[in-house]
Write a protein that binds this ligand. Structure first.
Ligand SMILES: Cc1cc2nc3c(=O)[nH]c(=O)nc-3n(C[C@H](O)[C@H](O)[C@H](O)COP(=O)(O)OP(=O)(O)OC[C@H]3O[C@@H](n4cnc5c(N)ncnc54)[C@H](O)[C@@H]3O)c2cc1C
Length: 348
């Protein structure tokens, strides 16, 4: 969209046969602010939300986004202090954050545990259905001949000179080489599939989302105060779970885990149970037996702790990678794409 808006001729290459696959297909769709620990990240999230708003209007996909508001419930004083610190950051961006005590919290979200002593609340948070949004955006742009689509083409090699040469392999094994003035690489957790092209040490960090029957029809997104600590944990082999909650269609999606186990899908039942146990602390009425599905997906995680999500490929000005968005790629995607394209066309 960002390239199209700026009059570029765009080719979209994906090894998948349809858009919005990868982690975007299965992950959560919370558009969050109360997990943004710095002014920079919060500002980027706000810009993204603006682009989501205007784009959803343009492509008539407003029903795929709900600006339902978000809660971060906490159990004790230590958790409350952590929440208030982030609330301060978000308020500095001019976004209102309320603090409610346990009584008010249960009036508004009656299914939450009586052990929770309060929550921070941000009315500007929301949720999107990422795959459906990509599908509508894709068909809007396709109808306008806004790009050439190379679905089922796996990028196997990049050569950088005055132009970028992109070698792709089709499912039949046949090779196609594309040349372009600019190249934006956004392969999420599959960074290693491009060899050394993407700087840093981006690896897949596994996450499970467990979908269950809803206990009520309240539309709200939430994550527990302990979620941020779980995000910082990065010991290989360790399992950390942080409570996150998102209604989507007929189910409640609960999550999620963070595990450095490569692309393995082993042990998912144990992890799903750990997620449910954790969610049960927040929602005692959760009917643990009615699991509707378990999604396994992988976050693009940089183990070096490198925070920059837009990276020059091979030191080049004409090839950039968006990577290491970890658990915020859905929220930040529009902002990041816009920033890369602005850099290419020089209106940064
Ligand atoms: C459990 C979980 C919950 C999450 N919840 C949220 C949330 O609530 N809010 C939020 O903002 N973020 C969330 N995230 C993070 C978010 O899902 C990711 O940051 C985001 O999906 C990454 O998007 P991406 O486009 O970079 O990668 P992907 O969505 O993985 O897409 C990568 C694409 O690249 C293609 N590809 C890969 N290699 C090649 C190749 N060599 N050639 C051609 N194509 C290739 C793949 O086919 C795929 O289509 C969550 C993640 C997880 C795991």
């Amino acid at each position: 969209m960002a390239g199209y808006k700026r009059g570029l001729s765009v080719a979209l290459v994906d090894q998948a046969l349809s858009p919005g696959m990868g982690s975007t297909f299965t992950s959560g769709g919370s558009l969050g602010l109360l997990d943004k620990t710095t002014l920079q990240l919060g500002g980027q999230a706000l810009e993204s939300m603006e682009i989501y708003r205007s784009t959803s209007k343009l492509i008539e996909a407003e029903d795929l986004i709900s600006w339902c508001g978000g809660y971060v419930p906490y159990f004790d004083d230590t958790e409350e202090q952590g929440c208030l610190k982030i609330a301060e950051v978000v308020e500095q961006l001019g976004v209102k954050v309320d603090c409610v005590d346990g009584k008010v919290l249960r009036q508004r979200v009656p299914f939450l545990s009586g052990d929770l002593s309060g929550a921070t609340v941000c009315g500007s948070e929301g949720r999107v259905r990422p795959h459906d949004f990509c599908t509508v955006l894709f068909s809007y742009l396709k109808d306008r001949n806004a790009f050439d689509w190379f679905g089922g083409h796996r990028v196997v090699e990049l050569n950088l000179a005055d132009e970028v040469e992109i070698a792709c392999e089709q499912r039949s094994g046949e090779r196609v080489v594309l040349s372009s003035s600019f190249c934006l690489i956004a392969v999420g957790s599959y960074a290693a599939s491009l060899g050394d092209a993407i700087p840093g040490d981006v690896q897949p960090r596994r996450g499970l989302v467990v979908s269950v029957d809803p206990v009520s029809d309240l539309d709200v997104v939430m994550h527990g105060a302990g979620y941020l600590g779980a995000r910082d944990e990065c010991d290989p082999g360790s399992l950390s779970c942080g409570f996150a909650f998102e209604p989507r269609g007929p189910v409640w999606r609960l999550g999620s885990s963070r595990e450095l186990v490569g692309w393995s899908t082993d042990g998912t039942e144990k992890v799903a149970n750990a997620i449910l146990d954790d969610a049960h602390r927040y929602i005692p009425g959760l009917n643990q037996s009615r699991i509707r599905r378990i999604d396994v997906c992988w976050r693009p995680f940089d183990r070096t702790g490198e925070e920059e999500m837009v990276r020059a490929v091979g030191g080049s000005r004409i090839a950039k990678a968006i990577t290491a968005q970890e658990g915020e790629g859905i929220t930040l995607a529009p902002y990041l794409a816009d920033r890369v394209v602005s850099g290419f066309v020089g209106d940064d």
